[in-house]
Ligand binder design. Structure first.
Ligand SMILES: Cc1ncc(COP(=O)(O)O)c(C=O)c1O
Length: 351
């Protein structure tokens, strides 16, 4: 009997795929949680569904209302499809420097889209504040607030973490993740460490984000910039605050290029930019900790959401990024150096 009532019920229960090429090279099992299998194409479907379900249970959100969210795109796409399942509308506020691919998908899902100029968080025109204002102005609008909303954490604590634990029958040595709101790393790390406090959690942070420096010095400061989207934060938000992190590493866009080409060529997986960063982080963790480990990371979305940046020769030329190491063994050598080891932040008490 077919009993799927709506698309939102297809969210989660994603596969775990072994990245053969990197597993063979490192002697570790490097596992990829295939979050692109979610119906909206990204890991953010999970947070979207949990935020909506919890708000409906509290009576804050009802069918006929409009969900508003400031988003780099993927959370908006997730909310748009969940909104349809529950008879709601979706309004996404997005900075206009994100890959156009995501704007198009949002519109295909029937979301209304407001794009704004990128600006610092302190500016009232920041997409986060604009979304909040919209909700304040309209009684039938509900602001999801993915950065501060604990349902985002719950999505991963209740689902992503348990799925990984079951899929690997508890054989998890290391979890590697980047953070946008921190929901993924916080919820998953909390669940896994409850099962086994020895699970080591690595945060991988792109250039331009302040999380690496925050974990190193207690201060948010970033250097440079990154082509990655949906990840990197310059302030402490509630979801990231709950993350239980043991190690933090900052990796440049050049590593994302080397890694994404390697995995595309050897394994046939076309990773999105945050996913390529995650896998580079997993490679770094494998090299630093030695063979025999089971290391899990996330394919948050696929390269089709990054086509106009990560896979565009014109874009890479404009950014001066064409001169990246072509061979992944160069990355492996770099990650094995003492100089590199010294850059890895050891965090106090896993969190
Ligand atoms: C492609 C992609 N990767 C990673 C993340 C980060 O996930 P989280 O917000 O759970 O930290 C996001 C968030 O929007 C994303 O869009």
């Amino acid at each position: 009997m077919i009993n799927v009532r709506h698309q939102a019920e297809l969210i989660g229960k994603t596969d775990l795929l072994r990245i053969h090429s990197l597993s063979e090279l490192t002697g570790c099992n490097i596992w990829l949680k295939c979050e692109f299998q979610n119906p909206g194409g990204s890991i953010k479907d999970r947070a979207a569904l949990q935020m909506v379900r919890d708000a409906m249970a509290r009576g804050e959100l009802k069918s006929g209302m409009t969900i508003v969210e400031g988003t780099a795109g993927n959370t908006g796409i997730g909310l748009a499809l969940v909104a349809k399942s529950f008879g709601m509308q979706m309004m996404a506020v997005m900075p206009n420097d994100q890959a156009r691919e995501k704007e198009r998908v949002l519109e295909l899902y029937g979301a209304k889209l407001m794009t704004v100029d990128p600006c610092p968080f302190s500016n009232p025109n920041h997409f986060y504040h604009r979304a909040r204002h919209l909700a304040e102005q309209h009684k039938d609008h509900w602001w999801a607030n993915q950065f501060e909303n604990p349902s985002n954490f719950r999505a991963h604590y209740l689902n992503t973490g348990p799925e990984i634990w079951q899929q690997l029958s508890g054989r998890v040595d290391i979890l590697v993740a980047s953070a946008g709101t921190g929901g993924t790393i916080a919820g998953t790390s909390s669940y896994l460490k409850e099962q086994n406090p020895e699970v080591q959690v690595w945060l991988v942070d792109p250039d331009g984000s302040g999380l690496y420096s925050y974990l190193k010095t207690g201060e948010f400061s970033g250097h440079g910039s990154s082509m990655t989207e949906g990840i990197g934060i310059m302030r402490l938000v509630e979801n990231f605050r709950r993350a239980r992190v043991d190690r933090a590493v900052n990796l440049p866009d050049l590593d994302i290029l080397t890694l994404s080409r390697h995995v595309r060529h050897k394994d046939g997986i076309v990773l999105g930019s945050s996913s390529a960063l995650n896998v580079a982080g997993a490679l770094c963790a494998a090299i630093q900790t030695g063979p025999g480990k089971d290391i899990v990371t996330f394919a948050c979305d696929l390269g089709e959401r990054s086509a106009s940046k990560l896979y565009s020769p014109e874009y890479l030329q404009q950014r001066g990024l064409l001169d990246y190491p072509r061979d992944v063994s160069q990355l492996m050598k770099k990650y094995a150096t003492d100089q590199w080891r010294d850059k890895i932040v050891h965090c106090a008490e896993g969190g």
